[in-house]
Write a protein that binds this ligand. Structure first.
Ligand SMILES: Nc1ccn([C@@H]2O[C@H](COP(=O)(O)OP(=O)(O)OP(=O)(O)O)[C@@H](O)[C@H]2O)c(=O)n1
Ligand SMILES: C[C@](O)(CO)[C@H](O)COP(=O)(O)O
Length: 230
């Protein structure tokens, strides 16, 4: 497959969360990892991809931390985050010119370990096929459903962990996300809205070390993975 001619891609980084599951004194995107904030690591990964020509950052309206980071002088475009991740993403989407940037890539600030090669593979696969898609990694453990006891074993065949980035045509994602939110759908990733709206979503296998920093133990794991990549 020859490399497709890449259109301009705008990126949205949702970074307006409070990180409640992290139980930390600051929102987790501002925790330090090898001398930089998790947010700075994640932004640097998107900045390393030439096809990404515009970067929108959704921040909490009362975020007092961002201006203390090295990104304060970056040309990153700040927008106000929303009550939930899906609102933060939609708020940013509403500002993106879909003619100038026909594709939009969404990547969690809480995923600082994503590999440039995985991002570029996602872009190549989606642009080549004309379909949106997500980075994902296959489930490896036996999966159980239940609360305190097992109610069922869920077949792990064709079962994936959805990761980010997720890449979709800008206008189509904007419409799908807006309509899904209006319909009261629980949209925890962009693909959920696209699926609900009936669109195909490509699964692009990525590395399982692209973890989302969510709980306290994840910080040490991320530091370990970072040491392996140096
Ligand atoms: N209203 C929100 C909630 C989350 N996010 C962002 O979406 C990403 C993934 O969300 P999650 O891991 O759930 O982060 P938090 O919501 O901060 O974590 P928690 O659910 O533990 O509070 C994070 O980069 C987070 O900053 C956002 O931009 N706006
Ligand atoms: C978008 C995501 O990272 C894909 O796995 C995930 O859905 C975010 O969920 P969260 O509850 O907002 O962390």
């Amino acid at each position: 497959m020859t490399d497709p001619v890449l259109p301009a891609i705008a990126a949205i980084m949702p970074a307006a969360g409070i990180g409640s599951r992290m139980q930390s004194s600051v929102p987790k995107q501002y925790l330090q990892l090898h001398g930089k904030t998790i947010l700075e690591h994640s932004v640097a990964k998107l900045r390393s991809v030439p096809a990404i020509q515009q970067l929108w950052l959704a921040l909490a309206a009362d975020d007092p931390y961002f201006d203390t980071t090295a990104l304060a002088n970056d040309d990153i475009i700040r927008v106000k985050g929303g009550d939930e991740r899906m609102h933060s993403v939609l708020n940013a989407l509403c500002f993106i010119d879909e003619y100038q940037y026909p594709w939009v890539l969404v990547h969690d600030a809480a995923r600082p370990l994503v590999r440039k090669s995985d991002i570029e593979q996602l872009i190549k696969r989606c642009i080549s096929s004309g379909e949106g898609g997500i980075l994902a990694c296959r489930v490896r453990d036996t999966m159980k459903r239940g609360e305190n006891t097992v109610s069922e074993t869920v077949s792990r065949e064709h079962l994936w962990h959805a990761l980010t980035p997720q890449l979709f045509p800008t206008a189509i994602l904007k419409a799908a996300l807006n309509d899904a939110i209006l319909a009261g759908i629980n949209v925890t990733d962009e693909a959920s809205a696209m699926e609900w709206a009936g669109h195909k979503v490509l699964l692009v296998e990525g590395h399982s070390d692209n973890i989302k920093i969510t709980q306290p133990a994840d910080l040490a794991l991320a530091a370990f993975y970072l040491e392996q990549s140096i």
